[in-house]
Design a protein around this ligand. Sequence first.
Ligand code: 5AD
Ligand code: FES
Length: 366
Amino acid sequence: MPNDIFDKVDNKKELSKADIKYLLEIENKDELQQLFNKAYDIKSTNIGKKVWFRGIIEFSNICRKDCYYCGIRKSNKTVERFMMKEEEILEGAEWAYKQNYGSVVLQSGERDDPYFVDFITSVLEKIKKLSNGELGITISLGEQSKKTYRRWFNAGAHRYLLRVETTNTELYKKLHPEDHSLENRIACLRSLKEVGYQLGTGVMIGLPMQTIDDLVNDILFFKEIDADMIGMGPYIVSENTPTAEYIDDYTAIKENQYKLALKMIAATRIYLRDVNIASTTALQALKTYGREMGLKAGANIIMPNVTDTKYRSNYQLYEDKPCVDESSDLCMGCLEGRILKIDETVGLGEWGDSPHFKKKTGKIGN
Ligand code: 5AD
Ligand code: FES
């Protein structure tokens, strides 16, 4: 029974690897509900019954990386590439600011050419200006030099999302070409911390060849790297990618992927307690109410898409991505309603830094 494990949690005793593994292997319906309830309690106590929105602008799918699982990888020639104009990105940010979202996320494929680095610097400065310094900015722009990270930090970004994807070196190698390196990715995470960013990382859940032990190690890694936020979601097949070839019938494993992702959220909440955890769009791709269930399993962040709809269909990292056709206004209305329905409130007008980060620095965003 998970009760012994929960006693440990209540008594603030460190969980062992075996405890975390037990939680991730729960199949029994009642135990599963107990797990989600426990994680939800810990979230309510440490953060409140509150969801923070981050308006996400996926502004370009041009990418120099070639991860085998990703729909917008460089070698996928079926994708029409786009890059939004500066004004279009600023419009999205302004829209989020006017909706009182509190913060935005800028995400794109990875590029490190000087034009791109300058472009981002200017966009960051302009977003800060149009929001009188009020809008928080998270960026998710891949592996960069420390110098670039510092430039973007000085231009106004204060949080960075860089998923480690998996902490198993062998698995990482199987899912990436030779010139992609887990070591470098982890070095980037360390640089980001040194520069002063609030650090977000995460993994994909249910990758081909990934084991439960791998996922346990991923959770331990989140603690070791001292992450302030976690963004993770189920692996979803993307046609025309090499990783898809490992999967015979995705529909047959969909339910499992979904359940495992919820268990990861819950176990991470229980182990890390006070970090921000996103309920990601990939969960909703698997189940209509997936994102709400993520909140019920301990997540506290949602990233509504505020990208202009004309670009959304070209930012398909995986199949069945939801909200591709809905306008940002519709997404906003639909999401807020959904959150109120599960008895939570939306933290409007706040940066929504994790209590974990605040405790470390004594800093409060706004
Ligand atoms: N399924 C789920 N998530 C994916 N990502 C990329 N491809 C897929 C996929 N097929 C995730 C990676 C990346 C993030 C932007 O999208 O974790 O870091
Ligand atoms: Fe690496 Fe898209 S190419 S995640």
